[in-house]
Design a protein around this ligand. Structure first.
Ligand code: APR
Ligand code: PHB
Length: 389
């Protein structure tokens, strides 16, 4: 087979890139190692920056997002007995949209299928060849049958555990990583959200987050030990612990119910540089990971896709490689700011096992400064709603 852009990975990055390219007549084939149902079965954060909303509109996939997404103009921050609100509208005039990543992915799959997009599922043994030449190709197999795609470019959208990043020679790659000494125990429940906006809480017992998917589907997290196991937590134990970590006003009205999903996610910061090697371009989790605190994973994948999509359009429409040649530097400039914000917010809102009394005093002073300072709240709002592309 031949295509213009071979896309490894059928998650949000690969799907969004493929759909945007299609809108401008640029061919692509997506190679996905799992099934569509498996990909759609992943539970992921649902805070969309306006940049991603605009890309979904440009891709022709924003109808359901606009119909079912919740526009949030602020979020609550709680610490000790204090609760205050970061007012996005007042500080930056930009909201975020709450809409599950699963729904973003579902909408993108629907658009690709409606457009006759080529997606190969259950692929195995993907290997990228000749990325450092002008004629790369990709080999893989399906059900043991060998396949080959020749292409102009390869987009590595295959996540943290994919093959694309590792195709870049080790002596070319520089990797940066920070592992956090705790995890998030998350619960999904068919209950009404405890608050109309998200609540991030730094309590003496650890971090908690109250989020949502829609009016009858809530998402809650509590910080837990890396050695913990979801099996250690009955639903009731989870609800009682959550109530101890969120403001009394919400704890008193929390509607609990059976968990329909319960899992623990580790927290890590990770970046690989460069995000380009020859005709291979890394997008999204293939190149970087953020702790979920700032909800920047999907949104940073979106800005990568934005830069790569425009670079590929310049190449095919204007025979210019400027956008492709500046892709890695431009994408990384925004990635590192998202990494910083995610690290800062994680450091602000969690209790660390090795935290000294002095460290705790610094954290509380940081929170008090954020509560009292308009400048600090504006800076947080700018980062939370999304820095410019
Ligand atoms: N061959 C083909 N497909 C692969 C391979 C491979 N060798 N390895 C991984 N994949 C697929 C995975 O099955 C997955 O569907 O690539 C896809 C990568 O999707 P994500 O991991 O969701 O990464 P991305 O599309 O960049 O989306 C980033 O998703 O993981 C969240 O928090 C993250 O919100 C962020 C967003
Ligand atoms: C979620 O709804 O899963 C979510 C929301 C905000 C975050 C992280 C996760 O910062």
């Amino acid at each position: 087979m031949r295509t213009q852009v071979a896309i490894i990975g059928g998650g949000p990055s690969g799907l969004l890139l493929s759909q945007l390219l299609h809108k401008h007549g640029i061919q692509s084939i997506i190679l996905e190692r799992k099934t569509k149902d498996y990909v759609l079965g992943r539970i992921r954060a649902g805070v969309l920056e306006q940049g991603l909303v605009r890309l979904m509109e440009e891709a022709g996939c924003a109808d359901r997002l606009h119909a079912e997404g919740f526009t949030h103009e602020g979020t609550l921050i709680s610490y000790g007995k204090e609760v205050f609100r970061i007012d996005f509208a007042k500080h930056v005039g930009t909201p975020v949209v709450i809409y599950g990543q699963t729904e973003v992915t579902r909408d993108l799959y629907a658009a690709r299928e409606a457009s006759g997009g080529q997606i190969e599922f259950n692929v195995e043994d993907v290997v990228i060849h000749g990325a450092d030449t002008d004629a790369p190709h990709v080999t893989y197999n399906i059900g043991g049958e060998p396949k080959r795609i020749t292409c102009d470019f390869v987009a590595g959208c295959d996540g943290f555990h994919g093959v694309s990043r590792k195709t870049i020679p080790e002596n070319v790659r520089q990797e940066y990583e920070k592992i956090y000494p705790f995890g998030w125990l998350g619960v999904l429940s068919e209950t009404p959200p405890v608050n109309h906006e998200l609540i991030y809480s730094n309590s003496p017992r650890g971090f908690a987050l109250c989020s949502m998917r829609h009016a009858q589907l809530s998402r809650y997290y509590i910080q837990c030990s890396l050695n913990d196991d979801p099996q250690n937590w009955t639903d009731n134990a989870f609800w009682e612990e959550l109530k101890r970590r969120i403001p009394d006003e919400q704890a008193d009205v929390l509607v609990t119910g059976p968990s329909i999903e319960k899992s623990i996610a580790p927290l890590r910061s990770f970046v690989t540089e460069p995000m380009r090697w020859g005709r291979l371009f890394l997008c999204g989790d293939a190149a970087h990971i953020v702790p979920p605190t700032g909800a920047k994973g999907l949104n940073t994948a979106a800005s990568d896709v934005h830069y790569l999509y425009h670079g590929l359009r310049e190449f095919y429409e204007r025979n210019s490689s400027d956008g492709l040649d500046t892709y890695s530097a431009r994408a990384l400039a925004r990635v590192w700011k998202a990494e910083r914000f995610s690290w800062w917010f994680t450091s602000l809102m969690h209790r660390f096992p090795e935290q000294t009394p002095f460290d705790l005093k610094m954290q509380m002073a940081d929170l008090e400064f954020l509560r009292e300072s308009t400048a600090a709240q504006k800076a947080m709002a700018e980062n939370y709603v999304g820095l410019p592309y």
